[in-house]
Design a protein around this ligand. Structure first.
Ligand SMILES: NC(=O)c1ccc[n+]([C@@H]2O[C@H](COP(=O)([O-])OP(=O)(O)OC[C@H]3O[C@@H](n4cnc5c(N)ncnc54)[C@H](O)[C@@H]3O)[C@@H](O)[C@H]2O)c1
Length: 417
């Protein structure tokens, strides 16, 4: 058996903690180290890797350049804030130039970038690195969707024809860190943060297993972006109290609700649709997280929020707010869903298993930065459709210079990064 892939994590926040938990179930890899904005966060995350036994020697690195240059590291998972993509890749290029053996792979969290121009610059940098690259979209590895797609395309499609409609929705009460709420840093709101998952999952469910991405061409995008909750005076004040004055949804909101319909054309000329919804203003026991596929004689339904496990906590049980029952839980009392294995259910286990194997050279990379760029293109088409209240052709070359309105508005106000 070959030596394990030694992974370095850039960023020591929420998503890195999810990846570390998932690695408990992934073979042939080990966490070598972490770089983050603060030394303390890198130390804390490295300590978590050691305590989970996914990185017995994991340590904090002083910088991303040091992490990328280290002979203890084979591959990098970039999990830092949205506004740091180019800076992080520049540091990796500096570090990689000092290596005696090339990096075996670089994986990057969603969204690939905040707009198409930035996505092109991100892609150019990773191509300069010259190693395999991966786009981290966990939904394409979620067991419900992997298994559901496999069954439909094996049993139903050959007899009845391809599916013509996929729906995906992901809604919760809003993200955990201040920067997500700052359009000058995040680049947008819930559309950029969450619809990247739903758009890509819906597209993939409609794509034949093994077929290339361009076997489905997006031809028309119609979307809306709204502020339903967090610009109301009571709620923008709540954001300010929770995150501080830099989160200012009175003057610099992004969007907290979005919906998109995309018309796609197959190679045979058939038109199919995806319908996606994302929101930061859903209040329920956990997330609203659903998928549907419809075809001529069949359908699929998946609800990732239905965990099959619930607890009832009576009124005397008054614990602290947390995310220990299910991600983005909204309450700690009453009838609550509990997710027995979130890292697997949300696809992180499958995702990391795939990219570890791919970077070890055991299978081709299934999803790379070019795929991430196509998701950014669709999101820019959604933003423009919502802004101009019209249908948008995602192939329109002028989208290359387009930026979401909230990011443009944040420029020059001190709210930009
Ligand atoms: N796949 C998913 O479902 C999913 C879920 C959450 C977040 N994400 C993505 O992961 C990324 C991180 O999100 P998060 O939720 O972990 O945010 P977070 O706020 O919890 O953590 C961000 C981390 O980035 C670090 N960081 C900031 N600037 C840095 C820099 N220049 N160099 C190195 N590290 C730096 C911070 O120190 C912090 O540890 C974002 O791009 C986000 O969109 C993906």
């Amino acid at each position: 058996m070959s030596a394990p892939l030694r992974i370095g994590f850039v960023g020591g926040g929420f998503i890195t903690r999810f990846h570390l938990q998932s690695l408990v179930a992934v073979r042939d890899c080990v966490v070598a180290g972490v770089s983050s904005r603060s030394r303390a966060s890198a130390e804390e995350t490295a300590a978590l890797a050691r305590s989970l036994e996914v990185g017995p020697q994991a340590r904090a690195f002083a910088s991303t350049e040091e992490l990328a240059a280290s002979p203890e590291v084979d591959a990098l998972w970039i999990c830092a804030r949205n506004d740091t993509r180019l800076q992080v890749l520049d540091e990796i290029l500096e570090g990689a130039a000092r290596r005696s053996t090339p990096l075996r792979g670089v994986a990057l969290e969603k969204p690939l970038a905040r707009n198409l121009a930035e996505a092109r610059a991100v892609l150019e940098r990773v191509e300069r690195l010259g190693c395999p690259h991966g786009y981290l979209e966990d939904m394409l590895f979620a067991p419900h969707l992997v298994r559901g797609k496999e069954v439909l395309w094996r049993r139903a499609v050959p007899l009845a024809g391809r599916p013509f409609l996929a729906r995906a929705a992901e809604e919760h009460a809003g993200p955990h860190s201040a920067w997500f709420w700052q359009p000058g840093i995040a680049g947008g709101g819930v559309l950029l943060d969450m619809m990247c998952h739903s758009l890509e999952a819906a597209r993939w469910l409609l794509t034949a297993p093994g077929a290339p991405r361009d076997s489905l061409s997006p031809v028309e995008v119609v979307a809306v972006c709204e502020n339903l909750k967090w610009t109301l005076p009571k709620y923008r004040e709540r954001l300010r109290r929770r995150f501080g004055p830099e989160v200012d949804w009175e003057h610099h909101p992004s969007e907290d609700f979005t919906r998109a319909t995309i018309r796609w054309r197959t190679e045979e000329g058939q038109e199919v649709l995806t319908e996606t919804t994302s929101s930061w203003c859903f209040t329920g026991a956990g997330l609203r997280h659903t998928f549907e596929v419809a075809g001529p004689e069949y359908s699929l339904e998946a609800n990732l929020a239905e965990t099959g496990l619930r607890v009832f906590l009576g009124r005397e049980i008054q614990g602290e707010a947390g995310e220990d029952l299910v991600e983005k839980q909204n309450a700690e009392q009453g009838l609550m869903p509990v997710s027995p294995d979130e890292p697997s259910t949300y696809g992180y286990v499958g995702e990391n298993r795939h990219f570890v194997r791919a970077f070890l050279g055991r299978e081709p990379v299934g999803l790379d930065f070019r795929d991430g760029l196509e998701v950014v293109r669709l999101m820019m088409a959604c933003y423009r459709s919502a802004e101009e209240k019209c249908a948008v052709d995602p192939g329109d070359p002028s989208l290359e210079g387009y930026r979401p309105p909230a990011a443009r508005a944040a420029e020059g106000t001190g709210a930009a990064s």
